[in-house]
Design a protein around this ligand. Sequence first.
Ligand SMILES: *Cc1c(COP(=O)(O)O)cnc(C)c1O
Length: 367
Amino acid sequence: MKMKMKPVVNQLRPYEPGKPIEDVKAEYGLDKVIKLASNENPYGSSQAVQKRLTEASTPQLYPDGHASVLRRAVANHLQVEEGQLLFGAGSDEVILLLCRAMLTEDTNTVMATPTFSQYKHNALIEGAEIIEVPLKDGFHDLPAMAEAIDEKTRIVWVCNPNNPSGTYNNADDFSAFMERVPSDVLVVSDEAYAEYVEADDYPDTLSLLKSYDNLFILRTFSKMYGLAGLRIGYGVGVKDFVSKVEPLRPPFNTTTLAQTAAITALETQTFVADCHRNNLHEKKKLESFFRDQDCYCYPSETNFILVDVGVSGDDVFQALIRRGIIVRSGEALGFPHCIRISIGTENENEQLMTAFAEWNAHGKMKV
Ligand SMILES: *Cc1c(COP(=O)(O)O)cnc(C)c1O
């Protein structure tokens, strides 16, 4: 092939999704396979959403690019102004838009490592330099991240809680960090798992927007609200900033169906409360199980847990997949001796624990 790509394209690797269930069934000759790999909501989405989706159908019409009705609903839900919101096909797309709007080859961007892969991926495409600051015991090292900022820094990413470690940074630490970040550097607080957080000292970033116009918050309907397949998420910032990024947004980036589902999902907060409670209950069970198995769990405020299994995560991934359970190996996530497990339903977690205990009883070195 003779076409000349941007040089950076040769450096990029496609995103590796969790293995699809059907592929695993075929490959391992299994009837039943459960997937605890992509942090999806194991309880699905609310019944109201499912009902609404069967009724809604105007596929011949372009969506409302401005997402007016959803915009009003989210603004009302968060108590912010409509002009503070930027919608994307998942918060992934909002990450892309921020990088497009702010990063060039002459700039850099600061992030933790390991953290969510899309910050680096999109920043690389814009040619920016990537400055990675190692996690400290699994937590964002905010003082070191503030220290890493220089005159070329445009965006600092704080994944809170962090994927893949599940850990969070508290309000005091986050505010101290904001105080140190120069006011011309954007801080992105990616809160994809905010609805799962239990800690009462989790930062209230929406209030901080009143003090810091260089703060931007990412939220999604993919995790707690159970709409990962519809692709819808958003960012919240100050109006002046949002109105600068808005023109970069593809005009019809969120679909009618996604907007409709998201509006209904926001209305069904009892579903959110139920999922929150179930997740917490199941998380505690899994944590105590892994403690009994002599495996360290990073403290999680999310719907997944990162477990140190003491051997290659790939080996445990293989041992579990043969038993019909798909998890994420930590090898590709920057935690080679870990597996990341999405917290499933009671039944799914029972199967996971049985399979893990069976593997562990055979001696950790044997797959
Ligand atoms: C899942 C996830 C997202 C993005 O989800 P979308 O489906 O694109 O909204 C963003 N950040 C983190 C940390 C995530 O885990």
